[in-house]
Write a protein that binds this ligand. Sequence first.
Ligand code: MN
Length: 464
Amino acid sequence: MKAKTFRTWLEHLHATGRLAVIEKQVSLQFEIAALAKKLDGKQAAFFTKVEDYSIPVVSGICSTRQDFAEALGTDPAGVIPKFIEAMASPLPCRLLANGQAPVKEKIIRERIDLLKLFPIPVHHEKDSGNYITAGLFIVRDPVTRKQNVSIHRLQVSGKDRLGALLLPRHTYHLYKQAEEAGRPLECAIVIGVDPLTLLASQASTPFGVDELEIAGALRGEPLEVVRCETVDIDVPAYAEIVLEGKILPHVREPEGPFGEFPKYYGPRSDKEVVQITAVTHRTNPIFYTIVPAGYEHLLLGGIPREASLYQTIRQTVPTVKAVHMSPGGTCRYHAIVSIKKRNEGEAKNAILAAFANSFDIKHVVVVDEDVDIFNMEEVEWAIATRFQAERDLVVVHGAQGSKLDPSTDNGVGSKMGLDCTVPLHSEPMQYLRISIPGYDQLNVNEYVNPSASLHALYRETEGQ
Ligand code: MN
């Protein structure tokens, strides 16, 4: 399996020419983020020499759909079906003994100083400081003992202190329960795992589902985990780095601003605080960072959202073919949906189902199955030639949306759906796409002479 661990995946990227090794010294401040962003969508970046640190930094390990497809052993069209299948059949983890887990090679319990230990970058101009952006945040439900995994932005607020943005989802729910009882919530922050475990952490699951078990299902074998030193949490045994700690009850400290996925800054405000209790890592660990709003960040959020959106629309419109949360819409706000329309009005039902699936979804475009929804020029063509606002536009005002969308009123805004499907009983010629017979089968290379000399062609016609 190519995506067995962080390192086997890096080896796969390297072997296929998709790992840029940067040996020139780089600064933690902006330079790592700038270079990783230059390579975004093309190559992962491996920074061997970070100023003032001996530990290397990696970014961009999965920044295309093809990367995720390869990790899953499928093609890009197979990614969503595989993800849906994994969500339906989680695979329990396998607990290893401490001595078997590489992440326990080094254990630090005292004088923890995160910025001295690890090269944690500053990414964007107005960011409040150094941020851990790619830490799997693992907590445990004390009643069911099921774990929950998510990713939260983590500001380095002190030597052994992090400021966390916990949105009102599963981690936050467990934290509030603990806080109401006057207790901290134990947690572990895991840095440097395989791309499938990373992807699984973003699954839209009901409360109570352990995302590490979805990782196991995606991998096709149980994820190997090990128990932490100071907290009752199990973490991936082959991770590069684990920070153990607890979210403190009744403590809030300033966090932010921070450059977020919509390519704007999330504001500064008082947020929850994580106190670090121990650090464990491999002998020569690699630090991993996700550059916010890059393709890696967008796709990690987008692919699991597509899986969930596809399932919701299928309940209403069984002939849904595919869904796409497009990068221009930050892989959150724009949904492109293709359906095989059998009944008039189904496209509008698909629009309503998409709005119901996630409050983040703001604009929905529904097209017929002949339109390639991953080609935005095709989508724009469908809007241009198959849509009439008078009959095909759906608008809902005053609905909840994303608070990170600056055009909303603290999250409240309008939703818009565009039905770009062809009317079922239109004249056959009216919407017939032009086509050239033989085009699809034709191989241009069989016709073109790549070594033809242009000068020779000119000379033949000289004097005429
Ligand atoms: Mn969850």
